[in-house]
Design a protein around this ligand. Structure first.
Ligand SMILES: [Zn+2]
Length: 92
């Protein structure tokens, strides 16, 4: 009986220790994940137009999660002309 409560106590403190250790790691990851998902959803509903050649394209999944800058433009590599450009978003 005494052994059981001792075991329970040590499991409880171990869980608390693990939680306080991983919480500072998990929270920023969770926030980044929410930001990435929001950006990805936004990018899915927009095409991006190359500032150099005017070609419209869908960004790659990695580029899609990168944040927007300066009101809707993204720094993307154009698949048509290959230049890295501030591409402006246009609704699909
Ligand atoms: Zn281009």
């Amino acid at each position: 009986m005494e052994k059981d409560s001792l075991l329970e106590h040590s499991i409880g403190s171990y869980t608390r220790q693990v939680l306080t250790t991983i919480a500072p790691v998990i929270l920023p990851i969770a926030v980044l994940l929410v930001v990435a998902l929001t950006q990805w959803k936004l990018s899915k509903s927009f095409d991006y137009q190359c500032g150099a050649c005017g070609h419209s394209f869908s960004p790659s999944p990695i580029a899609a999660v990168a944040p927007h800058r300066f009101g809707g433009v993204k720094l993307l590599r154009c698949p048509s002309c290959g230049s890295i450009t501030w591409a402006s978003a246009a609704p699909k």
